[in-house]
Write a protein that binds this ligand. Structure first.
Ligand SMILES: [Zn+2]
Length: 183
């Protein structure tokens, strides 16, 4: 049977689906997400480099407090997913410089729960707004672009730069000069 992956046109055009998760702090990954910068309300310099620009991976992962951060086991007791934390706290791993190092840091439970609640509420609002916009567009109404879409559109304009790595450029230049020599 052919794999059919298309949503019905009606559904695709009219229904906006927010991500569904039990925990919106980590989207059930066990690691608190900062895609919307919400974490910086609690840790202003989190994932920011020396210049103050956001750079994912600068800092340790923030381990969530929900179920997703713990290991899971099958009914026979064998571990099916290794967690980031156990009863005693965040798991540690061997450090390359000797000893043990924690695999992450954490915000306290209340702050993490707050991130979950704010994000859940934001997604609810976005879903309502997006569905209304789509209904309006379907009715032929003129709709102004919501700011969060306008912002992403603006950011996408610099996309060629985002994926242009200096090392790749050097490679391209080398290839060009090589082909010139061949010609
Ligand atoms: Zn979580």
């Amino acid at each position: 049977m052919a794999l059919y992956h298309k949503r019905s046109a009606f559904d695709r055009d009219l229904t906006f689906y927010s991500p569904s998760a039990n925990c919106y702090a980590c989207y059930d990954s066990g690691i608190v997400s900062n895609s919307d910068g919400l974490v910086n309300n609690y840790l202003p310099d989190y994932d920011k480099n020396n210049k103050g620009n956001r750079q994912g991976g600068c800092d340790l992962a923030l381990i969530c407090h929900c179920q997703a951060a713990y290991s899971t086991s099958s009914p026979d007791g064998s571990e099916t997913k290794i967690g980031y934390r156990a009863g005693h706290g965040i798991n540690a791993t061997d450090s390359p410089t000797g000893g043990l190092q924690s695999i992450g840091a954490e915000l306290d439970k209340e702050k993490t729960r707050e991130i979950h609640s704010i994000r859940k509420e934001n997604w609810k609002k976005t879903t309502e707004e997006m569905n209304q916009i789509r209904v309006d567009i379907a009715k032929g109404k003129k709709v102004s672009t919501p700011w969060y879409i306008a912002e992403v559109k603006e950011q996408l304009k610099t996309l060629p730069d985002l994926f242009s790595f200096p090392s790749e450029k050097k490679g391209e230049e080398a290839l060009t000069s090589m082909s010139k020599k061949d010609a």
